[in-house]
Design a protein around this ligand. Structure first.
Ligand code: SF4
Length: 345
C-alpha cells in the first residue's frame, strides 16, 4: 500500500484503504447514518454520485487542488468512501460504471498536473508509484519528457486511431517512447477507470446503515433511469420463420434446422406438446421419435441437459441464417426483437 500525503489522499481517495482510513479517524460506518455533523459527508457523497450520473466531474472543495484544512481532507475522503458504500447498498451496477468514469476523469486532471509539475526526486518517485499502482505501467522522467516501454505504449494505444498516436509519429529511443505528461495520462485513462471500478466491485456489501435509507432509495430510482428494460416484439427471427415455412410446405428441414427450431421454441417457453405438431408435415415424421427427441432437447430425459439455441454465427455456417436488417447484429436468434427502453422521469 502506498504512503500518501494529505493532498494525494484527497486527489486520489481510491488509493486509500477505506476501512483503515475510517478506523484511523476513529469512526464507524454506522455513525454516518445518525450523527448530524457526519451527515454532511453523506450529503456530499450522494451529490458526488448524482453529479457522476449526469456525466459531470465532481467539483470538490479543494483550493487549487489542495486541501487547506484538515476537515476539508476528511470531507473529501469520507464523501468518496461513503459514495462507494451508498452505491453498494443500492445494488445498482449502472452507478458503478458512471461513478468510476467520473472519478477517473477527476483523477486524470490531477495526475496530469502532478506529473507535469513534479520536479524534486521525491515528487517524481511518488507520482511514478501512483501511476504504477493504477496501471501497472512504469513511467520514467527524461529531461522534460516521460518515457514508457514500447510494448506498454503499443498495448495502451491499440484503440487510438488518430495519426499522432502511431508509433512512427513518436520519438522512440532505446525501446522507450517519449511523451509529455498530458499524453501519458491520456494513454492511461482506461486503466484508471478499470482500477476504480474494480475497487468498487471488490468492496464488500455492507448491511443497511440506519439513517441512510432515503439516500439509497433515491439512488435506486436515479439508477433505474439508466437501466435498460428489454421489451420484445414477439416476432420470430427470419431463420425461425424460414424453418417453419419449410416444414409447413412439407419439405425436408435438415437435422440442424430442426435442432435450431426446437431449442428456440423451448427457450421461448413452449412445451414439447406444443412444438411437436410443427414437424407433422415432415416427409420422415414419426410421432414417437419426434416426442423422444424433443423431450431430450428439453432436458426431460437422457442426461437432463436442456439444449440452447445455436448462435447466429453457427447457424450461418449451417446455411440456416436468413438475416435481415432487423437482426441488427444480434449474436443469437433468442435476442431477436429485443428493444432497449429507458425508464422516463
Ligand atoms: S442473424 Fe441470427 S436471428 Fe437473424 S436470421 Fe440469422 S441466425 Fe437468425
Amino acid at each position: 500500500m502506498l504512503t500518501l500525503g494529505h493532498d494525494e489522499i484527497t486527489r486520489y481517495p481510491f488509493l486509500t484503504d477505506a476501512g483503515q482510513y475510517l478506523k484511523d479517524k476513529g469512526f464507524s460506518l454506522s455513525q454516518f447514518g445518525t450523527d448530524p455533523v457526519l451527515k454532511i459527508s453523506v450529503e456530499k457523497a450522494f451529490n458526488r454520485i448524482v453529479v457522476a450520473t449526469e456525466g459531470k466531474v465532481y467539483n470538490s472543495d479543494l483550493i487549487d487542488g489542495q486541501a487547506s484544512k484538515p476537515h476539508v481532507i476528511e470531507l473529501e475522503v469520507f464523501s468518496f468512501l461513503l459514495a462507494i458504500v451508498l452505491i453498494k447498498l443500492s445494488g445498482m451496477s449502472t452507478l458503478v460504471k458512471r461513478f468510476a468514469l467520473a472519478e477517473a476523469r477527476r483523477a486524470e486532471s490531477y495526475l496530469k498536473e502532478d506529473l507535469g509539475k513534479a520536479s524534486s526526486q521525491s515528487e517524481i518517485d511518488l507520482i511514478k508509484k501512483i501511476i504504477f499502482e493504477l496501471s501497472g505501467i512504469e513511467v520514467n522522467k527524461k529531461d522534460d519528457f516521460f518515457t514508457i516501454h514500447v510494448s506498454d505504449y503499443l498495448k495502451q494505444s491499440a484503440t487510438f486511431h488518430e495519426r499522432e498516436w502511431k508509433l512512427i509519429n513518436r520519438h522512440v529511443e532505446n525501446g522507450k517512447v517519449f511523451l509529455n505528461s498530458e499524453k501519458i495520462i491520456r494513454l492511461l485513462r482506461k486503466e484508471i477507470g478499470v482500477y476504480i471500478s474494480s475497487k468498487i466491485n471488490k468492496a464488500p456489501v455492507p448491511e443497511m446503515i440506519p439513517g441512510l435509507e432515503t439516500e439509497v432509495k433515491n439512488l435506486i430510482s436515479i439508477a433505474k433511469k439508466f437501466t435498460p428494460i428489454f421489451v420484445t416484439t414477439g416476432e420470430y427471427p427470419p431463420c425461425i420463420k424460414h424453418a417453419i415455412n419449410v416444414l409447413e410446405k412439407g419439405e425436408n428441414l435438415p437435422h440442424s434446422g430442426r435442432f435450431m427450431l426446437a431449442t428456440f421454441l423451448l427457450s421461448k417457453g413452449q412445451s414439447v406438446e406444443q412444438i411437436a405438431p410443427l414437424f407433422k408435415n415432415a416427409p420422415d415424421y414419426n410421432e414417437r421419435v419426434t416426442l423422444y427427441q424433443l423431450n431430450n432437447l428439453a432436458g426431460n430425459s437422457g442426461s437432463g441437459t436442456q439444449y440452447t439455441c445455436p448462435s447466429c454465427q453457427k447457424l450461418t455456417t449451417q446455411n440456416l441464417c436468413f438475416a435481415t436488417s432487423e437482426c441488427d447484429n444480434i449474436i443469437n436468434p433468442l435476442q431477436f426483437g429485443r428493444k432497449r427502453k429507458y425508464e422516463r422521469n
